[in-house]
Design a binder for this molecule. Structure first.
Ligand SMILES: [Zn+2]
Length: 412
């Protein structure tokens, strides 16, 4: 625990300062020069469908291998950013972490593949250039990227593997109003979800990391459902004999570009490596793991309670659940947000990341308020009605209050 606390406290001194990594939409051409600047052995292990070079870095001289890859889904970049922080950490010397570095780098060789789906990252989309979800291609192997990953697992026979992803920011940690900021899974290797030694080791390492993270983001940690997915890499690599740890970065309030979650990845991955190098994970039990709530769907970006809506002159009460969806710009270097009213009615069993009590105010479409449209410079053509699946541009008219919602955001 102490080393994780220190990693958390000292993170800023290892954070990679490249501006390219300060937002999630960076590309293969942005990280290649950063890789070349590092004092590690790097190797082109193959090319993507569009012939971008996929590079593996090796750190350490140990006989036992550990394999880590990120961005199998092109728009899941958090762990790639954290990897560059970890590279900085591993090359530093002369601090309290020296003995940890020596242990891990003498006994293990760490193999990192940052951005294994560079074509998807170029467009900031999940799938490969072929339109295939690489994480359903572990058996069919129709993507060159899939063949590269499978080949690496076969050649290195890693004792541990780290499968690093992001997920939707609206997953909740169990039935709660808290986002599942980081989620873990020791993937199942068969339909029966048995616990053999390989899978059990992954589970125990996860428990050690979570024990610490709960102190920093209490209630924000989730566990994936462990149904066996025969086509996925995580499940197959576990089956092929490598203890596989899945880490998924979700959302955290006011962390759109996931820079805090990047730090949590840094601590989680290095904390896991520390517990592997010291074998301190062996003390954890399945019961510790099963305490972690499963990822669930109880969240909206904005929940408006106790509003009134008018249809054909009839007024009824409704809550509104509003979500904000990112839309890439043409070059996938930035994004805009599209709001949508995703649900209406009695939403008392759900939460919002932001919540607002409309206290009986009536929802009126913003299109009825030309002066507000002018004042707030709204460019979008607005519909004459507000309802399910429409964009969230409206005014909550109360007896003495007026609250304006523009594209899913309350204007204060
Ligand atoms: Zn993913």
């Amino acid at each position: 625990m102490q080393v994780l606390q220190s990693l958390f406290e000292k993170y800023d001194s290892f954070r990679h300062t490249s501006p390219a990594l300060s937002k999630r939409r960076f590309k293969h051409k942005d990280i290649l020069p950063l890789i070349q600047q590092l004092p590690y052995e790097n190797m082109v292990i193959g090319k993507s469908f569009e012939e971008r070079e996929i590079v593996k870095l090796k750190v350490g001289e140990g006989k036992t291998n550990i394999l880590l890859w990120s961005q199998m889904h092109g728009n899941e970049a958090t762990a790639t950013m954290a990897m560059f922080d970890i590279f900085n950490f591993l090359k530093a010397r002369g601090d309290e972490f020296d003995s940890f570095r020596k242990d891990i780098l003498t006994n293990y060789s760490l193999h990192f593949i940052p951005m294994i789906n560079p074509d998807g990252a170029e467009r900031f989309v999940r799938r490969t250039a072929q339109g295939i979800d690489m994480n359903r291609d572990a058996l069919a192997l129709q993507c060159p990227e899939s063949k590269i990953l499978k080949n690496m697992v076969g050649v290195l026979k890693p004792e541990f593997s780290f499968n690093l992803h992001d997920k939707r920011t609206l997953y909740s940690a169990g039935k709660s109003g808290k986002q599942a900021t980081v989620s873990f899974l020791a993937t199942a290797y068969n339909e029966a979800k048995d616990w053999n030694e390989v899978r059990t080791k992954a589970m125990k390492v996860i428990c050690g990391v979570i024990e610490f993270l709960q102190t920093k983001i209490p209630g924000h940690i989730g566990r994936w459902n462990d149904d066996f997915e025969p086509r996925a890499f995580g499940d197959n690599i576990q089956k092929w004999g490598s203890s596989l740890i899945l880490i998924e970065s979700g959302g955290y309030p006011d962390d759109t570009e996931k820079q805090f979650i990047r730090k949590l990845n840094f601590v989680a991955i290095l904390g896991a490596l520390h517990s592997i190098s010291r074998k301190s994970y062996t003390k954890y039990k399945l019961a510790d793991y099963e305490k972690i709530p499963q990822n669930d769907n109880y969240l909206f970006d904005l929940k408006i309670k106790n509003a009134k809506t008018e249809v054909d002159g009839k007024i009824y009460e409704t809550d509104l659940g509003i979500n904000l969806n990112e839309k890439n710009n043409k070059a996938a270097t930035d994004f805009t947000v599209d709001s949508v009213i995703a649900d209406m009615g009695d939403l008392s069993t759900f939460w919002g990341i932001e919540e607002f009590d409309a206290a009986g105010a009536v929802v009126r479409p913003l299109s009825l308020y030309p002066e507000l449209i002018e004042k707030h410079k709204v460019k979008k053509s607005l519909s004459a009605a507000v309802g399910l699946d429409s964009s969230a541009y409206f005014v909550l008219e109360g007896n003495q209050t007026q609250t304006i919602v523009i594209n899913g955001k309350i204007i204060k």
